[in-house]
Design a protein. Sequence first.
Length: 307
Amino acid sequence: MVRREMSRRSWTLLVIVAGVWGGSFMLTAIAIRDLAVPVVALFRTGMGALVLLPIALRSGALAGLRAQLGPVFVLGVVQLAAPFLLLGYGQRTVPSGLAGILVSSTPLWTALLAVWIDREERSHGRGLVGLAVGIVGVVLLCGLELSGSLDTLLGAALLLVGALSYALGGLLGKKRAQGMTPVGAITGAMLGASVALAPLALATLPGRAPGLGPLAAAIALGSISGGVGWLLYYTVLAEAGPAKATVALYLVPAFAVIYGVVLLGEALTAAEAAGLALVVSGSWLAASHGGETRRPRRRLRRAVGNR
């Protein structure tokens, strides 16, 4: 097995990807000020598809799409449309930084779902320890940070269910979107999610023109966090391999917290910092010490997840 080392360029791109994806929570918080959640979700998938589609067509990544229309559409609904709706509604009452931490629990959900869905992804040894550590972090956040308001607790529950949907979509992508490259699968999934979201978005269009800030945030959410973020991620994936590329996923919540504190004026409490450390470290252990972590076919699950 050839060991690929991370170049300075790859590390730089990896940090940029984490920064771009971490910014999605801040952008969502701004966009939903004037736009309904389904409209923002459609911006995420539609703009992302517009960026990725020319690349996928030029590289021939959509060659197997016709044979996989059903599975790819399901993937788009479960992996993109449903989480984007849940995250948007959850962020109406939960600060963006805290939302980023809660959604970073996706690998914990993957480890739990794997017990019933995918034997290869089951956690063993330190993976089980990581699962326990991550759950303690989620309980800490919900108990200390979110206990003052029923609306906030409901928002946190929606965010956790969104992370669950990300995890389920990742497992479905691994099992059902066979014969397609990750670029082809995510492009097809974004197109499918856009079709599913369009009726909801049309039914919730604003009665007046949105402000420039929320509109710009929605556009950036899809084109930059969606399209450009995925392209950069696949660049790192090709250069350094999936194991090193997924380091970006564990930096995302840290960026979400930084953006929330610095740009949106959100508070950072000791409980939130402790929860961040527990959830991220637990997620890393659960993901990196579960199942057959080095099998090549895990690439799709890791590539189509958490954003």
